[in-house]
Design a protein around this ligand. Sequence first.
Ligand code: GTP
Length: 319
Amino acid sequence: YMRLRLELLRCFAGSKAVNLTLCLVGTVSPCAFRPSQDPCASALVPLLRGHRSCSGSSSVLSLNKLRSITGISKLCNLKKLILSKNEIVDFPNEIQSLVCLEKLELNQNQIRVIPEGVFSHLPRLKHLRLNNNRLSALPRDLAACQGSLQYLNISNNLFRTFPQPVLQLAQLQELHVQNNALRQLPRELFQGQSLKMFKANGNPLREPPSEVCAGGIQQIRNYFNQLQHGLEQEDKRVKTMFLGTSLAGKSTICRSLKQGQTKLVPREERTVGIEISEFQIKDFTFLFWDFAGQLEYYMTHHVFITPQALVILVINLHM
Ligand SMILES: Nc1nc2c(ncn2[C@@H]2O[C@H](COP(=O)(O)OP(=O)(O)OP(=O)(O)O)[C@@H](O)[C@H]2O)c(=O)[nH]1
């Protein structure tokens, strides 16, 4: 039950585009098979109906909890293979025999590693879903799909660095990398014009900043173009936030810096909300954000604190 072996599928060897969605994903009812069009498939329907999890039209594989798949290597005409929502840990190596494959979905499994040498046998692959696994890298030979792959989803994995083989995918139109641990995206990804849809939210991005990524592909392209032309050097504004408990001395440091000498703020002049001011040193402009230290204002702080800001935490050592 937990290790549904698909040896019996060998009888499909040579048949065209067998709807494996049914037996592997189970989101389609057994009637999705078209025995009239594919006589081999009719042999499988009773087999699956006899299987406990296949009775009825509900999700089959989510119940099966497949951990491994074997016996599919002879399905060499297969175009679509859906193995979503299982408990597959080891990438099924036999997929490399499915040389006609155009669509492969292995999302929502527990795959950590994809071995080298599988994708180099899949030159027709157009659609690849690997989201919701435990991947932190992609094999180099994914680049072999550069003439065909149009859709790639690697969201909800453990990528800390952007997988370089993706940069070779010249036909890629849609890329999902949400909810990983990416800090940086490569400029080359946005140099071609093929990419039409790109999603990267849920990553701790610094380069380009998350705010830029949220604006979409064109904004990301503009950002990199500006960087390339050195325009970023003209932006010398530094957002500076003063944080600390009430009466820690935030306003005092803020005013002392601006006036170039110690300037004690009278106790009765408490900050209310936020006081924003500017401070110039040479050609740098510091935008001072002096936050009120009273507890009731804490709730609003996180709204204003952005990753690019300089934060000065003020502590009164006598308290
Ligand atoms: N002696 C001494 N007093 C200080 C120093 N820094 C701040 N103070 C005094 O401590 C009190 C509080 O200072 P503020 O700068 O208003 O503190 P704050 O952190 O801005 O306080 P909130 O407005 O409540 O958030 C004031 O009376 C200041 O004069 C310091 O370095 N030495």
